[in-house]
Design a protein around this ligand. Structure first.
Ligand code: GTP
Ligand code: SPV
Ligand code: MN
Length: 618
C-alpha cells in the first residue's frame, strides 16, 4: 500500500512518469484528500476496511454482499456516449459526440468532487499476460469507490507488476471514475446528470454518476469492449473486441478440442452456455471447458488461424435463476470461501445467508431476519397480495475465474486458442431454427449484423418486437457500423482456414408460449451437430439462410422431443423469412455497408422471393 495526503502519491517510484502525470492532472481537478495505489495484494485489507465501514456485509463464510443505491442498479445505455474528434466515427448506435465537448462537460462534473475522499489508483491488465494484444490491455482506473476497487480486483488483473512485461508501459488507457452524489443525479429524468464517456481516439474513459457494474468497472465494458473495439480497428488494425462467450468442447473419443466463440445479446445466455455441463447422454464422450462469458478479443495468428482470448479475470454473472440445476459450475464458483461479492440479492441479517429469485423454487418460508435488496425487512413488506421480488432482477455476483471448476487449463495460455466456430444467437420465438450453419465469411458477418433479440421489457414499448443488436455489440459499438462490418471482413479475410459460422436459437415457443427446446445443457446437442457438419460427417439440408440438420442427424438420446416439435425446431418458414427480409431492409439501410454484405442481403432476399413466386404459381 502506498498512501499519502495532500494530493501526492507517497511512493512515486511505483508509478511511471506517464501514470504520475495522469494522476497529478486528475488529482488537481478533483482534489482528493488521499491517494492510494492498489494491487491485488491489498484485497484482504480493503475487504476488512469495507466490512468495518459497512460498505460490505458478510455472506455466509468467505463471501460478501453489498447493496447499491436503489437508483443505481444497471448499465445506462442512454447516458453512455462515445466521443472522438472525427465525425466519421458517428454511428447509428454509438451515441457519438465531439471529444472536446465531452471532456469539458466531464471536467465540470468532476471538479472538486473528491474533497475529503480517497482516490484509488488501480493499474490493471485486461488480457492474459504476454498475449500478442497485451499492449492494448493496460489501463489505470482512478476511482473514489472501495467496492469498485474490490470488484476490479476480481474482474481484472490488478497491480503495477503487469506493466513490467509491456513493450511500452506508458501506453495505457486512462480511466477516471467518480461516483457523484447518487441521491441528487436525477437518474432517468430529463435532467439526468450521469455521463459515461469513452473518448476513444484519446484512449480516455471518463465515467460520472454510478458505482454499479459496467458503469463503474472501467476495465470491463468501457475498456475491454468499447475502447478495445476502437483500438482493434483504428489504433492497430489488428483485432476485434466483441461481447462474446468462449467455450471449449473436448471430444474424449478422438482427443480433439474445439473452440467456439459466440455473440448473444445481454441476458441471452452467454454465461449459461460457456459454463454448461453436458447432458447425461453426451457426458461420456464430451466435456465442456469454460474460457469466458462476456468478452472475447480475436486476432489472426502467425499460422493464419483466428485466435481468441478472454481478457477478463472474473465473471460478473446474473444471479437470477442461477441454481444447482441450471448452472452448477456457477454455484460452485460462489461456494463458501470463494471471496465472491454479491450485489442486490436478499440477505438474512442473522445467518448472512443470501437468496435470489430462482435460487430455490420458493423463497425461504421463515422470513425472520430476511431483507430484500433495498434493505427492507420482508416481514415489514408484502402485507397484501402479490409480493415484490426479493432480489433486483439485475442482481449479480463477481467471482474470479480461478473459482470456476470447469475453467480450461489453456485459459491463461498467452497464445490464445484457435477458433473453430463463431455462433450468433438471439431470442426469437418463431423464425430462427435451433441451428443453421453458414459456410461463407461474408454470410457469417451478415448474419452477425442482423442478429436480434425480442425485447421483453414493456417499458420501452417494444414487447415481443425484434431489437436488432449487431454482433451483440449494439450497446458497446464505438465507431460506425459500416466501418465495423468492413473491419470484420478484413480480419476474417486474412484467415487461411476461417471458422465456420452458425446461428442458434434456444428460445422458440410453442402455441402455449412455452419453450419448444429444453435449452441449457441440451444445447450441446446442436453444437455437436455443428462439429460433425464441419468434420464432413453430416450434410444437413440446404436453405437460403444456411444448412439445417435433418431430424436424424441430431443426437436426441434421452430427450423427450416429439417429431412435430422437432420439425418445427428445424423448420425454415419461407413466408416468415420473406417478411423478416423486409424488416432487414430497414435495419441495414441505416448503415454504409461494404458491398459484399449488401450482396448477401440481396441474394437471400431474392432466394425467398423466388420461392414465393414458385409457391404462387403452384
Ligand atoms: P449478460 O451478462 O447480461 O451479458 O448476459 P448473458 O448473455 O451472459 O446471459 P445469461 O447466461 O446470464 O442468461 C440470461 C437469461 O437467459 C437467464 O435468465 C437464463 O436463465 C436464461 N437462459 C440461458 N440459457 C437458456 C436456454 O438455453 N434456454 C432458456 N429458455 N433460457 C436460457
Ligand atoms: C451486460 O449488461 O451485458 C453485462 C453486465 O455483461 S455489465 O458489466 O454491467 O455491463
Ligand atoms: Mn454482457
Amino acid at each position: 500500500m502506498k498512501t499519502m495526503t495532500n494530493n501526492v502519491v507517497a511512493d512515486a517510484g511505483a508509478l511511471n512518469p506517464a501514470m504520475q502525470s495522469f494522476v497529478d492532472e486528475w488529482a488537481e481537478l478533483t482534489q482528493p484528500q488521499r491517494i492510494e495505489v492498489i494491487s491485488a495484494a491489498d484485497d484482504d485489507r480493503l475487504i476488512a476496511e469495507a466490512l468495518e465501514s459497512g460498505e460490505l456485509l458478510t455472506a455466509a463464510e468467505g463471501n460478501y454482499f453489498a447493496r447499491s443505491h436503489p437508483k443505481d442498479t444497471a448499465r445506462s445505455e442512454e447516458r453512455t456516449v462515445v466521443a472522438t474528434s472525427r465525425a466519421s466515427d458517428r454511428g447509428v448506435y454509438n451515441n457519438w459526440h465531439d471529444a472536446d465537448e465531452v471532456i469539458a462537460a466531464q471536467r465540470d462534473k468532476m471538479r472538486g468532487e473528491l474533497q475529503n475522499k480517497t482516490m484509488y489508483v488501480v493499474p490493471y491488465l485486461m488480457a492474459v499476460p504476454n498475449t500478442p494484444l497485451a499492449n492494448y490491455a493496460a489501463g489505470v482506473q482512478l476511482t473514489d469507490d472501495r467496492s469498485v476497487v474490490l470488484h476490479m480486483i476480481r474482474m481484472a488483473r490488478v497491480g503495477i507488476k503487469y506493466f513490467e512485461e509491456l513493450d511500452d508501459p506508458e501506453f495505457f488507457v486512462r480511466g477516471v471514475h467518480i461516483t457523484g452524489d447518487l441521491d441528487a443525479l436525477g437518474q432517468g429524468t430529463g435532467n439526468d446528470q450521469r455521463l459515461f464517456a469513452t473518448i476513444a481516439d484519446q484512449r480516455l474513459i471518463l465515467h460520472y454518476g454510478s458505482a454499479y457494474g459496467g458503469n463503474a468497472l472501467l476495465g470491463k465494458i468501457a475498456h475491454a469492449l468499447r475502447q478495445a473495439a476502437y483500438d482493434g480497428c483504428w489504433t492497430s488494425g489488428e483485432f476485434l473486441a466483441e461481447q462474446f462467450m468462449l467455450m471449449g468442447i473436448v471430444d474424449n473419443e478422438t482427443g480433439k478440442t474445439y473452440h467456439i466463440a459466440g455473440g448473444f445479446p445481454s441476458a441471452s445466455g452467454k454465461t449459461n452456455l460457456a459454463m454448461m455441463e453436458p447432458p447425461k447422454a453426451l457426458a461420456g464422450r464430451y466435456r465442456v471447458e469454460f474460457y469466458g462469458d462476456d468478452i472475447v478479443w480475436l486476432w489472426v495468428g502467425e499460422d493464419g488461424r483466428l485466435y481468441g482470448m478472454n481478457p477478463e479475470n472474473g465473471i460478473f454473472g446474473v444471479a437470477k435463476d442461477t441454481n444447482e440445476t441450471t448452472n452448477p459450475a456457477a454455484m460452485d464458483s460462489i461456494r463458501d470461501g470463494a471471496g465472491a461479492i454479491f450485489s442486490n440479492v436478499a440477505r438474512n441479517d442473522h445467518s448472512g445467508e443470501l437468496w435470489w429469485e430462482g435460487k430455490t423454487p420458493q423463497p425461504p418460508s421463515e422470513v425472520t431476519g430476511w431483507r430484500d435488496w433495498t434493505g427492507t425487512l420482508i416481514s415489514e413488506r408484502d402485507t397484501a397480495g402479490r409480493t415484490a421480488p426479493w432480489a433486483h432482477p439485475n442482481s449479480r455476483f463477481a467471482t474470479s475465474l480461478k473459482n470456476i471448476p470447469t475453467l480450461a487449463d489453456q485459459a491463461d495460455d498467452p497464445a490464445g486458442v484457435p477458433i473453430d466456430a463463431i455462433i450468433f444467437g438471439g431470442r426469437t420465438k418463431d423464425r430462427e431454427p435451433l441451428i443453421r450453419v453458414i459456410n461463407d465469411v461474408a454470410e457469417g458477418v451478415y448474419d452477425g449484423l442482423t442478429l436480434g433479440a425480442e425485447a421483453t421489457f414493456a417499458a420501452e414499448g417494444l414487447d415481443g418486437q425484434l431489437r436488432y443488436d449487431p454482433m451483440s455489440m449494439r450497446p458497446f459499438l464505438s465507431y460506425s457500423e459500416g466501418d465495423y462490418a468492413a473491419h470484420w471482413l478484413d480480419m476474417l479475410g486474412q484467415v487461411e482456414h476461417p471458422p465456420v459460422f452458425a446461428h442458434v436459437n434456444w428460445f422458440q415457443r410453442d402455441t402455449e408460449g412455452g419453450f419448444l427446446w429444453p435449452g441449457y445443457s441440451e444445447n450441446l446437442r446442436a453444437l455437436v451437430w455443428l462439429l460433425a457438419y464441419r468434420g464432413g460427417e453430416v450434410t444437413g439440408v440446404i436453405t437460403p439462410v444456411g444448412v439445417v440438420p435433418t431430424p436424424e442427424e441430431l443426437n436426441l438420446d434421452g430427450l423427450d422431443v416429439s417429431d412435430a416439435e422437432l420439425r418445427q425446431l428445424l423448420n425454415i418458414d419461407d413466408q416468415r423469412w420473406e417478411q423478416e427480409m423486409l424488416q432487414r431492409d430497414g435495419h441495414l439501410s441505416q448503415f454504409a455497408l461494404p458491398k459484399a454484405i449488401a450482396a448477401v442481403h440481396e441474394r437471400i432476399k431474392q432466394a425467398f422471393t423466388t420461392k414465393s413466386q414458385l409457391r404462387d404459381s403452384d
